[in-house]
Structures are given as structure tokens and as C-alpha cells.
Design a protein. Structure first.
Length: 465
């Protein structure tokens, strides 16, 4: 007989496992279905292991610059195998953490390929055996996978997705990164710091194109200074890989084609949602033409009892957005009335070197939306803590509605900005204005003082510049 639950969550990434925990907290009988590893892409193949890799690269960078701090570090070298081993260890620790959380919350874990077989019905198949589950509500949280380039299948040898780049068979010597979104830029930054010769090709006219244009320009300059080759407005005309490497013909923004040879290529051109072959079409669940599911503000699809969260729904495709949606969906299922999430209050972070972080509207988007804006921009060089850290590169930009003083957006580049952005995110969620931010006391000496200065700067009142 089919095992029956109040809630089944399909997929155990940061969307799914958080939804399952919240469901259990609300007293629901919950099952979670996972075909691979608890914790999904984020913990096992995404956010966390990349940050572990980038931490090694950061420390390696500091060791190489020990002299700047009056220290002597000799005979420094990097052991890519050991760096990767550490990153895998960190991922494993978190996977075990989620396993523990499932047990603690009495969530039934069913390993296998899940498929919706009807409203409230789901089958789980593993090693040729199928079990049937039923539930009043099902949350689909099956995440996404890397998009391949047509004509260049990723093989893990010379042509890599993020998964291969995270567990490389060898250290690339000459690396081509196609795509300059967060994933492409983080790997470009990691391998550049680790000593590879890195070229980034971006089709659009600037790198990290979703960020504020000033951040893109600053990052491009900083990465070029670190030795990276960056080609924007460029496209790959031809590309082929064999056992010895990768050959690519790249047309630059000047229209000139150049032939290049690389040891490896990372394809980071976006994601494809895992929404095929899991019974969604048969149930009539509405999708857009790229396969992402359409949901209402409570994360409900057009089919009763079917909810969808995380990377299979609208962007931004980020772990914290997936988790927040997981909670919203479960609260709605439990009959509560959760607040809808405002995409303009979802922060985004990229952990390249220097780091970037943002929330809300860019200056250009604010103007496009019809706002008259006031903009503050404060450089790291004006901050005592940044200078003491030896990290005086970067800036913090704030964008306000000139009429009401509402904080519309904040955009940062520089050391530790991924830890700073939450200050503005709280402010934005509370619909703060310049007046409250100006009245807030910031501790000294901290990098956060630049957040204050940037706000003051928008109104011509910056003190340290
Ligand atoms: C390299 C990289 C770095 C990233 N860095 C960051 C970052 O720093 N910050 C950030 O916020 N985001 C980051 N992301 C994005 C983040 O990983 C995703 O937004 C997040 O994992 C989405 O969560 P999810 O729950 O929607 O799906 P996922 O984490 O993708 O989990 C989906 C789960 O569903 C399972 N599944 C799929 N189909 C089935 C099925 N039929 N049956 C059973 N199980 C199934 C999968 O095995 C998987 O475990 C990164 C992504 C990558 C690739």
C-alpha cells in the first residue's frame, strides 16, 4: 500500500530540505525524495564547495603577498588535490548535517528518482524497485543543471561544467571560461589565483551583466590587473576539444576573429531546470517556454496541491531564494498567510576576488523604472579598516529615490562585501529611507562605515572623502 504523508518534498536542495523542516515544525507528516545527495546542488556541488575552494585561493593569494604585511613566506606552492579534498570534506560535513536535520525532525527520507504520477501521488524508483507515496500536497524542488553549449558536450576531461571544475582531474594551465555570470567568474577567479592563465569570454558588453554597470567596470579592471584576459561583446565561433586540449575561434567586439588554444574550458552559460520527465507535463503544470514552472506568490502552481520552489521557478536562482520560497510554500500549505517575497529584496553575492554583492535596483534599472535618483559612491581607500586590512580596492554605491528617500538599491565591490550586504537588505525589507540610515551608528573601525558614508555621499554629506 502507498505510504501516505501530509507533504512530500521532491528534491532536497536548500529549497526542499528547508521546506521539509518547516513542514515538520508545523506538525505535518513529511517525506523528502532525493535521487542523489541530501542538500542538493548548493551544499554538495554549488555554494559551499566553491566557497571552500575560493578560501584556499584567497589564503594562497595572501601568502604570496605576505611581504606586504611584514611577513616572510617562502617556498609557497599550491596542491590542487589537497585543495579539492578540503572542499569535498566541507561539502560532506554539510551533507551529513542535513542528514542529521532530517532525522531530528522525523522527516522520512526516500532515496530514488521521484515522479509525480497523479494529483497527490508520487513514485520513487531506485535500483529497479518502485515505491508509491501519496500526500495532500507536493512541493517540487528539483533544481537545475548546467546548460551545455550546442556542439560541445561537456566530458569532464577537457570540457567542464561546474561539477568537473570543482573536482578537476588536473590543474588547468590555460583555461577558457565561457560566460561571466557568478559561476563563471568565481571559477575564473579561483583558477587565476591558483596560477592558471585564464581567459573569460562574455557575449554581452560587460562581465557580471546583472550587476550595476560601475561594478562590472571595476571588476573587469581588477581582474585584468590580476592577469586575467577578459573579452566582452565576444562570441565563440568555433570550438572543438580533443585529448590534448581545446581550440576556439573567438570573435571580439571589434569583429576580428582570433584562434586560441586552451588546456581546458569551463562552460558557464546558464542553467536548465530539472522539470522534464517527472510527470509535470502530464499533470498540466504550467511552465514557461524554457521549462521553468509558473507559480503564484505563495509558490503554488496552477495545479491544486502542487507547489514549486527554487531553481525550477523564476530567477534569481540562488540558494537563499529557494529556502525562503520553501518556507512560504509550507506556510501556505499549513493554512497560514505568508508574505510574498519581493525579488528586489533578494541579495546576490559573487565570491570572486574582489567580492561583489548587491540588492535591489541598479542605477540604470532605477532610472529605467522612472525614478529620479540620488546616488552615493564611497571608495574603500577612504576607510581606515580597509587600509589596515591591506584591502583598499573597491567601493559601495547606494541608489535612493530622490523624491521619497527610499533606498532602492546597493552595489558593492571589495573585501568582505558579501558579509556587508545584509545590512542594506534588512534596511530595504524594512523600507528604510536615507534619514534612518544616516541616523544609524556604525561601529569604528569597520568596513561597514563605508555603508554609512555611501548614504551620506548620496546627499552630499560624506565625511571621509
Ligand atoms: C557552482 C555553483 C555555485 C553556486 N554558488 C551559489 C552561492 O554562492 N550562493 C547562492 O545563493 N547560490 C549559489 N548557487 C546556486 C544554488 O546552488 C542554487 O540556487 C540552489 O542550489 C537551488 O536550490 P534548489 O533547492 O532549487 O535545488 P538544488 O539545490 O538543485 O537541489 C535539487 C535537488 O533535487 C534532486 N532531484 C532532481 N530531480 C529529482 C528527481 N526526479 N527525484 C529525486 N530527486 C531529484 C537533485 O538531485 C538535487 O539534490 C551556486 C550554484 C552553482 C552551480
Amino acid at each position: 500500500m502507498a505510504e501516505s504523508y501530509d507533504l512530500i518534498v521532491l528534491g532536497s536542495g536548500p529549497g526542499g530540505y528547508v521546506a521539509a523542516i518547516r513542514g515538520a515544525q508545523l506538525g505535518l507528516k513529511v517525506a523528502i525524495v532525493e535521487r542523489e545527495l541530501l542538500g542538493g546542488i548548493c551544499l554538495n556541488w554549488g555554494c559551499i564547495p566553491t566557497k571552500a575552494l575560493l578560501r584556499s585561493a584567497e589564503i594562497y593569494h595572501y601568502m604570496q603577498h605576505a611581504k606586504d604585511y611584514g611577513l616572510v613566506a617562502q617556498g609557497i606552492s599550491a596542491d590542487i588535490e589537497a585543495v579539492v579534498k578540503r572542499s569535498r570534506g566541507v561539502a560532506k560535513q554539510l551533507n551529513q548535517g542535513v542528514t542529521h536535520l532530517m532525522k531530528k525532525n522525523k522527516i522520512a527520507v526516500h532515496f530514488g528518482d521521484g515522479k509525480l504520477t497523479g494529483q497527490g501521488k508520487l513514485s520513487v524508483t531506485r535500483d529497479g524497485k518502485t515505491e508509491e507515496l501519496t500526500a495532500k500536497n507536493i512541493i517540487v524542488a528539483t533544481g537545475a543543471r548546467a546548460r551545455d553549449l550546442p556542439n560541445l558536450p561537456t566530458d569532464g576531461k577537457r570540457v567542464w561544467t561546474y561539477r568537473h571544475a570543482m573536482t578537476p582531474p588536473e590543474m588547468p594551465t590555460k583555461l577558457l571560461v565561457i560566460g561571466s555570470g557568478a559561476i563563471g567568474i568565481e571559477f575564473a577567479s579561483f583558477y587565476n589565483d591558483m596560477g592558471a592563465e585564464v581567459t573569460v569570454v562574455e557575449m554581452l558588453d560587460r562581465i557580471v551583466p546583472v550587476e550595476d554597470a560601475d561594478v562590472s567596470a571595476f571588476l573587469e579592471k581588477a581582474l585584468k590587473k590580476q592577469g586575467m584576459n577578459i573579452l566582452t561583446g565576444a562570441k565563440i565561433d568555433k570550438i572543438a576539444a580533443d585529448a590534448n586540449g581545446v581550440k576556439a575561434r573567438i570573435t571580439g567586439k571589434d569583429g576580428k576573429a582570433t584562434d586560441g588554444e586552451f588546456s581546458h574550458v569551463i562552460v558557464a552559460i546558464g542553467i536548465v531546470p530539472n522539470t522534464e520527465n517527472i510527470g509535470l507535463k502530464e499533470l498540466g503544470v504550467a511552465m514557461d517556454d524554457r521549462g521553468f514552472l509558473k507559480t503564484d506568490p505563495a509558490c503554488k502552481t496552477n495545479v491544486d496541491g502542487v507547489y514549486a520552489i527554487g531553481d525550477i521557478t523564476a530567477p534569481p536562482w540562488l540558494a537563499h531564494k529557494a529556502s525562503h520560497e520553501g518556507v512560504i510554500a509550507v506556510e501556505a500549505i499549513a493554512g497560514n498567510h505568508p508574505h510574498a517575497m519581493d525579488p528586489r529584496n533578494i541579495p546576490g553575492c559573487t565570491y570572486c576576488h574582489p567580492q561583489i554583492a548587491s540588492v535591489g535596483l541598479t542605477e540604470a534599472k532605477a532610472k529605467e523604472a522612472g525614478y529620479e535618483v540620488k546616488v552615493g559612491n564611497f571608495p574603500f581607500i577612504g576607510n581606515g579598516k580597509a587600509i589596515a586590512l591591506g584591502e583598499a580596492e573597491g567601493f559601495i554605491k547606494t541608489v535612493f529615490d530622490a523624491r521619497t528617500g527610499e533606498l532602492l538599491g546597493a552595489h558593492m565591490i571589495g573585501a568582505e562585501v558579501t558579509e556587508l550586504i545584509q545590512g542594506y537588505t534588512i534596511g530595504k525589507t524594512l523600507e528604510t529611507t536615507e534619514a534612518e540610515l544616516m541616523e544609524t551608528v556604525f561601529p569604528h573601525p569597520t568596513l561597514s562605515e563605508m555603508m554609512h558614508e555611501s548614504v551620506l555621499g548620496a546627499y552630499g554629506r560624506a565625511l571621509h572623502i
